[in-house]
Design a protein around this ligand. Structure first.
Ligand SMILES: [Zn+2]
Length: 191
């Protein structure tokens, strides 16, 4: 009798354990009532991203930014984690800038490559918006994704410049790309 069940997860979960009467009661009375009166509704979140199974599939302009991020891993100062991260950005003017992560002997004082680059850009190139951003690491067996704090600052910068930018998160020969920083941080904090 499962076709009689309300399709929501709460009812599905209870489905096998309840009588036919209760199934009908839930489907036609309880749940519509809850939804209407309290506005409770289960929702799903969909994220849109592009996968590149090889870096060669990335358009030439953006591949240049990815290569700059890979090169920037050599700028990293990571004597403790030995995880060298590089970030690079192409600005609207065409200029490409990059940075590496910097670890401090006082560990929390260090900074990720992404935020090192973003704060520099916001101080020195705020009138030249980012169009593409890339992250790479060494070791590079797996794709390098930004930490939560960097995701927040990526969103902050995107909001400030008022135009979305592509973000490539890359490994040795694969990448995941999102068209907007906000995709990386759903339910973003708003002051
Ligand atoms: Zn970070």
């Amino acid at each position: 009798m499962s076709f009689l069940l309300c399709p929501c997860k709460l009812c599905k979960k209870a489905g096998a354990k309840v009588s036919l009467f209760e199934k009908l009661f839930r489907t036609f009375v309880v749940h519509p009532f809850i939804k209407q009166v309290f506005g409770i509704m289960k929702k799903e979140l969909q994220l849109s991203y592009t996968r590149f199974s090889s870096l060669k599939e990335i358009p030439a302009d953006d591949l240049e930014v990815v290569k700059a991020a890979q090169d920037a891993t050599r700028k990293a100062h990571a004597p403790y984690s030995h995880f060298h991260v590089g970030a690079a950005a192409r600005l609207k003017s065409g200029e490409i800038l990059s940075a590496g992560n910097f670890e401090s002997e006082v560990y929390p004082a260090g900074l990720c490559a992404e935020r090192s680059l973003l704060f520099f850009l916001e101080s020195n190139h705020a009138d030249d918006p980012i169009v593409a951003f890339a992250i790479a690491s060494n070791p590079d067996e797996r794709e390098c994704y930004p930490c939560g704090q960097c995701r927040q600052v990526l969103v902050d910068v995107q909001r400030r410049q008022k135009t979305p930018f592509r973000i490539y998160m890359t490994g040795r020969d694969s990448a995941t790309m999102v068209d907007s920083a906000e995709i990386l941080l759903p339910f973003t904090f708003i002051l």
